[in-house]
Design a protein around this ligand. Sequence first.
Ligand code: NAP
Length: 250
Amino acid sequence: MLILGGTSEARALAAALVADGVPVTSSLAGRVAAPRLPEGGVRIGGFGGPDGLASWLAEHDVAAVVDATHPFAERISASAAAGCATAGVPLLRLERPGWEPGPGDDWRWVDSLDEAAALVPELGTRVFLTSGRQGLSAFAGVTDVFFLARCVDPPEPPLPPRIEVLLSRGPYRAEDEAALMREHRIDVLVTKDSGGTHTEGKLTAARELGIPVVMVRRPPHPDVEVVTDVDGARAWLARHRGLHHHTTGA
Ligand code: NAP
């Protein structure tokens, strides 16, 4: 079994499979300097596109793949769909549900970080930006707004001129998020629709403080069978284990 990882769900699935006695390898991109490592086997680094992934699957005799990467990791999911099709290996997508607004929320949906950057100056002057290190460059041209940006590793230029960077890793509690937003007099929150409970505290805080949220919609995903939790993935894997007919003779 190969898990394409980099998320808490991917780590939870790896731990469950190790407990089930299923041989499993997790794959990480290598973006984070000191990643939280999943249980079981781990490999780190890109495969070299869909063809590289297809070769890796054949060489390592992989019976099934679970793409448990982040909802905004578009390229690896596209690569998984194409590479698994080439290699004839079944593929499942494990994706946590997106967030949904509730009463009292003021959310503005946009399709991209560029759209978010265009919208923020209309909404406020002090923005809490939680789109991740790689997303900051989209805001580099927004010069008259202060950004409080939070990410795991230090970001690289281009960055907006008025920025303070907070290095940290979730999960975060709603009350701490509210205190942080108050302390920095934040009046707009920008986030991707990552979903999940680890980082939803900022949404509760924004609601309580009456702050508008610019929510970046998830990118479209390849047409692959989807489950939303670890148990769904375990059930799917139990069906596919051993069903794969090896064609490489390896
Ligand atoms: P991406 O743009 O979809 O991927 C870019 C390239 O990185 C891929 O083409 C692939 O290289 C390699 N790659 C990505 N994920 C990989 C994995 N799990 N194992 C091996 N290679 C991988 O991805 P990204 O948005 O930079 O995200 C990178 C990783 O961080 C993912 O594992 C994702 O789950 C995690 N993550 C992303 C976000 C986010 O907001 N994007 C948030 C939290 C965690 P090759 O083409 O050479 O195979």
